[in-house]
Structures are given as structure tokens and as C-alpha cells.
Write a protein of this length. Structure first.
Length: 153
């Protein structure tokens, strides 16, 4: 399947280079526009579609996990390992391959070991998905596998 042109990425967004494992390479790329709050973007491609020619719900949930999780990582410091404890998603409307989907998240509460966050994904003026989740700081980083590195492209 052919990929969408990079010219469809809005100005100010750059490929997100926060190291988050190899999985993101299969579903991305994910883009970021720094600021308060940071905004994350994703250009949906045909490979992200379902049988109804909409972006697959699993892809939207993956994107929500990325947006909320990277927001948590930025809040606690990139050197502090965190893992997703729970993620609740509500599908609000559809997005289609070719759509630019943006997301942002806000930390709502932090304890010594837990971070509560909520956010949303949108396409144009429409909310596509709303999400809330809990992340946990872990005392020992998860075991790194060979090949996990900072994103290069």
C-alpha cells in the first residue's frame, strides 16, 4: 500500500523522537509539535484502515496510548520508566485513511508512583476518541530487548 505524502503533515510538527520501543515503528510515524501542552499528530494511511474504510479502532487506541503515555513521560522526565496500568477509550466519531489526526493529553493527578491522565484525538473539528488512563512509575526499567532504540525516522 502506498504511503501518504509527508506534505500533508501540518507546519510545526516534526517526527517524534522520544524512545518508546520498536512497536511504534510499525504503526507510525508519530509527529509532535512542542508546546504546552505538546500536540501529537498522525497521518492515517490505508494500512491503518478497517473493512469499513475507517481508521481501525485498535489503531486509534494505540495512538491514544502513545499520546497519553508520551505526555506522562514528558511530565515525569524521560529518564523515569513508566508503564500503562489502565487505558479507557470512548470512540466518538470516525477518521479515514488520509486524515490528519491530532491528540493532546493533560495530567490530572500525580502520586508518588501513579500518574492519571486524560486526553483526546481529533480530526479537524471533530473529536474522534476520548481517553483516560493511569501510568505507573516503575523502580526498575522494563527489560530492554535487542534493537530497541530511539526512533530514527
Amino acid at each position: 500500500m502506498k504511503s501518504m505524502p509527508s506534505s500533508a503533515v501540518p507546519p510545526g510538527f516534526e517526527i517524534c523522537r522520544i524512545a518508546d520501543g520498536c512497536f511504534a515503528e510499525y504503526v507510525g510515524p508519530l509527529y509532535v509539535r512542542e508546546g504546552e501542552p505538546a500536540r501529537f499528530g498522525f497521518l492515517a494511511q490505508p494500512r491503518h484502515g478497517n473493512v469499513h474504510e475507517a481508521v481501525h479502532g485498535g489503531m486509534l487506541m494505540t495512538l491514544a496510548d502513545q499520546v497519553l503515555g508520551l505526555t506522562v513521560m514528558q511530565a515525569v522526565g524521560l529518564e523515569t520508566p513508566v508503564v500503562t496500568v489502565s487505558l479507557h477509550c470512548d470512540f466518538v466519531s470516525a477518521a479515514r485513511p488520509g486524515d490528519w489526526i491530532e491528540g493532546e493529553a493533560t495530567i490530572t493527578r500525580m502520586t508518588r508512583s501513579l500518574i492519571f491522565v486524560r486526553g483526546s484525538l481529533g480530526c479537524g473539528r471533530s473529536v474522534v476518541l476520548s481517553a483516560a488512563g493511569v501510568w505507573k512509575k516503575v523502580s526498575h526499567p522494563p527489560r530492554r530487548q535487542a534493537g530497541i532504540r530511539e526512533r530514527e525516522s
